[in-house]
Write a protein that binds this ligand. Structure first.
Ligand SMILES: [Zn+2]
Length: 78
């Protein structure tokens, strides 16, 4: 199963709220909807923010593991 994830800092830094900047929270799920559910829960409990108001921003910050190149990660050695 593909794993999808979104870092709070990625979408909160682009929002008007200043509370979420540098938040280390990361939502991980097997689908975009699973990630969104966790993000909405996180936003309402931690940042007192309604995620529906920034759903487009959040969706742009959701990535699938393995599709994004991490330049700092060295290849696995045997
Ligand atoms: Zn957060």
């Amino acid at each position: 199963m593909p794993q999808m994830y979104a870092r709070c800092n990625n979408f909160m830094s682009g929002a008007t709220s200043s509370v979420g900047v540098n938040c280390k929270y990361m939502a991980i799920g097997e689908s975009e909807q699973q990630v969104l559910d966790q993000v909405f829960d996180h936003l309402s409990t931690v940042h007192k923010t309604d995620g529906n108001e920034m759903i487009n921003t959040i969706k742009r910050a959701i990535f699938t593991k393995g599709t994004k190149v991490f330049g700092t990660r060295a290849p696995q050695e045997h």
